[in-house]
Design a binder for this molecule. Structure first.
Ligand code: SAM
Ligand code: SF4
Length: 462
């Protein structure tokens, strides 16, 4: 295996960038055609001046609305274990951090956590674990813990609710193991390269399996070989120069498109947050400023228009509000990053501190106030609209014909089953006004789903 990240090419591209307002305008006009951008365009945009940044932001917002409409997908992370054999210098779960309290959830505890999340209104979760599977059972492999956890998550049914899509962020697996993960019916397999810069990667991952840069770089290849065609990539911003990381990410995307015909289903944009007893996280070497962070999101939306961009509760409410106007399409809400944090105890330590402590209902209320449709939709995955099939609809902007009705239907479910009174009345008003603005065929499709929900049916989609 040889790396497909050409570091010299990235450095040359960044060095030879010349930025003028004419070139920027041309690139933004090209981005509006929704066909994506090449690496050189990304390099030029990453050098955009603050004066021209607004044009970039408007373009990103336009693209997000063209592809996905105004829905924002909501999810929560489900941390099931904070044991880890690796030693990532930025993470509180690293093996050498002897001060944190460790725990892994039993299957009963996992169900308890899921019940709590379902009762809040969640339908989509992201399962997260450190890379050391617990002393779960002497005769079972480590991965079996994850597979059993997935089965238990899907088994929970509480009143009208259940988890309908479980995405997974766990350490890279072999092709055979990925096949087992696929058979367990996961949604997206998510994994962040952290940094594509090889020397930096080695420095911040000094030991354990994660020290192997190439094993991680080719993880999505193995996942796709195993038939998992919705993969989510990401960079942990703060480890190295963000401009380098963006261009490297473009190379990763081109590699996946060339070899598997499909790019990433999602891109995540975590920034390093302070973590307990983790000095590196207090002062990361390439801390990304708020202004640059907004640029990163907007550039990604222009460059990879079909992808879902995910923003977590690492960011505070104000930053999340700004990012929502620049092309973010999925956010977590009401999150806890300690195993058992939703229902069991708060004395097990978290992975990092979060910036947005609002409840799901509060986040939804704010989304409604901004005119967004909060969505818990899982239709594409349930109907097999994944991988290339999904991209064929997302790329020309056809997916919103499904996102809007399905998003509205799941939003109506939330309003009827879980919302506070205040959120319910504001939400119903938004649905009413949205119905009046919709193109007739989409309105008809939406109306049909909403009628079914009002009559008591649940989990309806098109
Ligand atoms: N252990 C697996 C791994 O490292 O790939 C998967 C789960 S790990 C808990 C999920 C992600 O958390 C990592 O990929 C990393 O990007 C992120 N993370 C770790 N420490 C962080 C910190 N201090 N601030 C923000 N994100 C962090
Ligand atoms: Fe372990 Fe993942 Fe944290 Fe690294 S980022 S120490 S692999 S949990």
């Amino acid at each position: 295996m040889e790396t497909y990240i050409d570091e010299q090419c990235i450095v040359n591209t960044l060095q030879n960038v010349t930025v003028d307002s004419y070139a920027i305008k041309e690139i933004l006009a090209k981005a509006k055609e929704l066909k994506g951008l090449d690496s050189k365009d990304v390099a030029i945009l990453s050098a955009i001046s603050t004066e021209m940044a607004n044009e970039l932001y408007e373009t990103a917002d336009y693209i997000k609305k063209q592809i996905y409409g105004n829905r924002i997908v909501l999810f929560a992370p489900l941390y099931i274990s904070n044991y880890c054999a690796n030693d990532c210098v930025y993470c509180a779960f690293r093996a050498s951090n002897r001060t944190i309290k460790r725990n892994y959830l039993t299957m009963e505890q996992i169900k308890c956590e899921v019940e709590t999340l379902v009762e809040q209104g969640h339908k989509r979760l992201l399962l997260v674990a450190g890379e050391a599977y617990p002393p779960y059972s002497s005769n079972k492999r480590g991965l079996q813990y994850i597979l059993d956890a997935i089965e238990n998550v899907y088994s929970v049914k509480k009143r009208n609710g259940e988890i309908r899509r479980l995405n997974v962020n766990i350490a890279p697996l072999t092709v055979e193991e990925f096949k087992e993960l696929k058979a367990a019916k996961i949604g997206t397999y998510q994994l962040f390269q952290e940094t594509y810069h090889k020397d930096t990667y080695s420095k911040v991952h000094p030991k354990g399996k994660k020290a192997d840069y190439l094993w991680r770089l080719f993880a999505m290849d193995r996942a796709m070989e195993a038939g998992i065609d919705d993969v989510g990539i990401g960079v942990l911003f703060g480890l190295f120069d963000w401009k380098f990381e963006l261009l490297a990410m473009m190379q990763h995307i081109q590699h996946l498109e060339k070899n598997f015909g499909v790019g990433p289903h999602t891109i995540s944009v975590p920034r390093i947050e302070p973590a307990i007893d983790t000095p590196f996280s207090q002062n990361p070497p390439y801390r990304v400023s708020d202004d640059d962070f907004l640029k990163i999101i907007a550039i990604l939306r222009c460059a990879v228009p079909y992808t879902g961009i995910i923003l977590s509760t690492r960011e505070d409410p104000l930053m999340r509000k700004k990012a929502l106007m620049l092309g973010v399409s999925q956010i977590s809400a009401g999150s806890k990053t300690n195993p058992g944090g939703y229902s069991l105890n708060d004395d097990v330590d978290a992975q990092f501190s979060i910036g947005d402590h609002r409840s799901l209902d509060e986040v939804i209320y704010d989304l409604i106030s901004m005119g967004f449709i909060p969505s818990f939709c899982t239709a594409c995955y349930r109907l097999g609209r994944t991988g290339e099939d999904f991209m064929d609809k997302a790329k020309p902007g056809l997916i919103k014909q499904f996102c809007t009705p399905n998003g509205m239907a799941t939003f109506m479910e939330y309003l009827l089953d879980y919302a506070s009174e205040k959120t319910q009345s504001k939400g119903m008003a938004l649905i009413q006004s949205m119905m009046q603005q919709m193109e007739p065929p989409i309105a008809a499709r939406t109306q049909k789903l909403l009628q079914q929900i009002k009559k008591g049916k649940r989990d309806v989609y098109c």
